[in-house]
Structure formats: C-alpha cells, structure tokens
Design a protein around this ligand. Structure first.
Ligand code: C2E
Ligand code: MG
Ligand code: MG
Ligand code: MG
Length: 280
C-alpha cells in the first residue's frame, strides 16, 4: 500500500543520505555560479613524444577553486555538470579558454603545439549551430583546425554512438582530430574500433599502472598498441609514473605519453616556462 511504501522510503532515506543530497544540491548550486564567479580554470598536462621526449601536445583539464571548500577535482563536478545540463556551458568555457591559450603559446613559445580537450557526449546533443560557433572561434583565434584534438571516452561513445559520431565526423571533415579517451575500460570490440572515425587512442592509466606488476598487462598493452597501429591510429599512454613503465611502452612502440614522470597538470604560467625551456 501507499502507506507501507511511504514508510519504506523513510527507512531507506536515512539522515546521512538526506545530508548527502542536501550537500549535492548546495554544491550544484555553487557550480551554477562558478563560471560567473571566475572559480573555474584550466590546467594543462604535457603530452610527450616518447622517442624524443619532446612536448608535442597538452591536455586541457578543468579545475574548480571553490570559495570555501578549496580545490575540487573534475571527477566530482563533471558528473554533476553532465546530470544537470551545465556541461554545455562548462564545456564551452574549457574549449574557448584552451583554444585561446593555444593561440598564445603557438605565437610565442611553442609554434607547433597541439591542445587536446576533453568533451562529454552531452555536449554533442546540440544542433549544428553550436558546432559552427566552435569553428568560428578557432578561426578567430587564428589556430589551424588540426592543432585541436577532441577527446571522448570510449564508454560514452559506445553508449551514444549514433548521436555523436555524425558530429565528430563533421569535426574531422574540418581537420579537427578525435581521440578515444580511457581506452580499454569500455570493452569495445576490434570491429567497432575499426568503424569509428578517430585519430588517436589513449590507453587508460589503469593498464599503465599494471605494467610494472604483471606479464598479462604487458601483453595487453603491446597488443593494443600494435592493433591501433594496424588500424592507422596513434597511441597515447596515460598515467606514466615510472621509468620502467616508460621503457615497456617504448619497447612496444607507443607513440606518446603523459604522466607524473614527466609533469603534473600545470597552470598556464608554469607550463609557459616549461615550454620556453624545452624550446619545442
Ligand atoms: P582523463 O581525461 O582521463 O585525464 C587524465 C587524468 O589523469 C587527469 O585527472 C590527470 O590529472 C590524471 N593523471 C595524469 N597523469 C597521471 C599520473 O601519472 N598518475 C595518475 N594517477 N593520474 C594522472 P583529472 O585532471 O583529475 O581529471 C579526471 C577526469 O575528469 C579526466 O580524465 C576527464 O575525464 C575529466 N575531465 C577533466 N577536465 C574535463 C573537461 O574539461 N571536460 C570534461 N568533459 N571532462 C573533464
Ligand atoms: Mg582525457
Ligand atoms: Mg577521461
Ligand atoms: Mg583518460
């Protein structure tokens, strides 16, 4: 009966859960204001060409400096933004910030630099009008289209393939590159990978972490890399932390990598110094 289910609901709805929901609502409310309050900023992690150790790309990663709670990571607020629809404006902010920053770096310390930007499939649900606005922005910043990579996670793409792939194709027609992020966590098939219009795969950091501990992870990484190369894709390894992980990846002919071994995600000023030193 209604009365029973009402009582059950109250039993499930414990005080701590209640507090948690209120917390989330408050945080979401704060997130709505974060853009206008200038609490969001982008940090950049170098992506290095393994054979030369030169910085060839940077990945743009969003950060939130909350006025009372301090720094909040994207693992907390990106899912909230996706659920609430805020991801469209957040994604727009990251895109513009990082393309503008790329333009500055290319005209000063790093003329060949490429920026890789994380995107969520929810951002692609808008119509072509939205995409045109991005093309115009890139042209306005005088950055070539092929200096931009849009990342999309394997699992997101698998679940919304129909919707998103058409729009990614339009991006690629303009010369913008596409990378499949967190590869290996979405269980996509070889046949599926072959039919996607992508340029790079990024091997998830969980596989890189396991390189040091087991032969099976080594075999798996080697197989992923050689398969990707046969499909004409370049490979970026995420989360390289040790020299031994690096030497495995180098011996497997992995093209590029990023991780704490090279550099953490850095604020603009620090990365500018690093780029100037490395003289890429
Ligand atoms: P991701 O795209 O896979 O980014 C790589 C994550 O690994 C980053 O975490 C980075 O700081 C971290 N990382 C890099 N090197 C190492 C390492 O050597 N060891 C370890 N343990 N971690 C390393 P971060 O910045 O916390 O971002 C987490 C995730 O949030 C990202 O994963 C991405 O999926 C999402 N994200 C970040 N910024 C954005 C954004 O602007 N838009 C969207 N849609 N998602 C974003
Ligand atoms: Mg990424
Ligand atoms: Mg990711
Ligand atoms: Mg990733």
């Amino acid at each position: 009966s209604a009365k029973n289910s009402g009582r059950n609901r109250w039993q499930l709805f414990s005080p701590s859960l209640h507090t948690e929901i209120l917390e989330r609502q408050t945080l979401l409310q704060d997130l709505r204001g974060a853009l206008t309050n200038n609490e969001l900023f982008v940090v950049y992690q170098p992506i290095v060409e393994l054979s030369t150790r030169r910085i060839c790309k940077v990945e743009a990663l969003l950060r939130w400096q909350h006025k009372t709670r301090g720094l909040i990571g994207p693992d907390v607020f990106i899912p909230m933004a996706e659920e609430s629809g805020l991801i469209t404006s957040l994604g727009d902010f990251v895109f513009k910030e990082s393309v503008k920053q790329l333009s500055q770096w290319r005209s000063t310390v790093a003329p060949e630099l490429i920026v890789s930007i994380n995107t969520s499939t929810y951002q692609y649900n808008e119509s072509g009008k939205y995409l045109n606005h991005w093309y115009q922005y890139i042209e306005q910043m005088e950055v070539p289209f092929d200096a931009i990579i849009l990342e999309i996670t394997e699992s997101m793409l698998m679940h919304q393939h129909e919707n998103v792939s058409k729009q990614l194709l339009t991006f690629r027609d303009h010369g913008i590159h596409v990378a499949l992020d967190d590869f290996g966590t979405g269980y996509s098939s070889l046949a599926y990978l072959n039919q996607l219009d992508i340029d790079f795969i990024k091997i998830d950091k969980s596989f890189i972490r396991d390189l040091d501990t087991g032969k099976s992870a080594q075999d798996l990484c080697e197989a992923i890399i050689s398969m990707a190369h046969k499909l004409g894709l370049q490979v970026i390894a995420e989360g390289i932390e040790t020299e031994s992980q690096l030497s495995f990846l180098t011996s497997f002919q992995c093209d590029m990598g990023q991780g704490y071994l090279y550099a953490k995600p850095l604020p603009v000023k620090e990365l500018t110094t690093l780029l100037a030193e490395k003289n890429i």
